[in-house]
Design a protein around this ligand. Structure first.
Ligand code: DX5
Ligand code: ZN
Length: 214
């Protein structure tokens, strides 16, 4: 599985060191959680941090926007060096317009859904998406418990992909550890975000490798 360590759980006073850990581990991606204090109560960082980190890592930058009106800011995140930019279904009023613009520019785009959002709301967009981020906790903070209701959504998305030949990757975010990762892997999940489990682990590199080998 693709592993995307979430730096939300990293030590921000030693971010260079934490990024070194990420860089030398086997993960393909790194997950960057942007919060605006409006879509979710907390505020984290914005495109400026992503721009600072870009030169020091070759990992795929998997940017998760938990912000209102994401359509206004997408360009900034691509310019800062994001590879995938994922916005929330619940935060955007004209998804078709956003997808059309981004696809015309050949950039990779994802949509995320909160635990309370029905997965079928995404049906009309599936053909155009590069990534679908299924939230397995309420967005807004790390260290929460995995919600098993996410499993059926992942299962549905993988089946739709196989049936219709869509190209998106399915990723899950929240409460992922070596046990919950197995549950999502069983239904075909392709990528996992893990914050607390990896950064609070005594052996980041080993734990990352083990998740990746599931
Ligand atoms: C939550 C964030 C997650 C978070 C996951 O809003 O989107 O990416 O960092 O943290 P853990 O792995 O600790 O649940
Ligand atoms: Zn996230």
């Amino acid at each position: 599985m693709i592993v995307s360590p979430s730096i939300l759980a990293a030590d921000f006073n030693n971010l260079d060191k934490e990024m070194e850990k990420v860089n030398k581990s086997s993960c393909e991606w790194v997950h960057l959680d942007v919060m605006d204090g409006k879509f979710v109560p907390n505020t984290t960082f914005d495109d400026k941090l992503i721009k600072e980190l870009r030169p020091i890592s070759n990992k795929v930058f998997d940017v998760h926007l938990m912000i209102e009106e994401p359509e206004k800011y997408l360009d900034k995140y691509y310019e800062a060096g994001a590879d995938y930019v994922t916005f929330h279904y619940e935060a955007c009023s004209d998804i078709s317009k956003v997808l059309k613009k981004v696809k015309a520019e050949n950039k990779k785009i994802g949509i995320s859904i909160k635990p309370g959002t029905d997965v079928q709301v995404l049906d009309e967009y599936l053909a155009d998406l590069d990534l679908i981020l299924v939230m397995s906790v309420e967005p807004g903070k790390g260290g929460q418990k995995f919600m098993p209701s996410s499993i059926d959504k992942i299962d549905y998305l993988i089946k739709q992909k196989e049936k219709n030949g869509y190209h998106y990757l399915v990723e899950v975010d929240g409460g992922i550890n070596n046990e919950t990762a197995k549950l999502v892997k069983e239904v075909g999940c392709e990528a996992v975000v893990a914050g607390t489990y990896l950064f609070k682990n005594e052996d980041f590199v080993k734990a990352t490798k083990e998740l990746g080998e599931l």
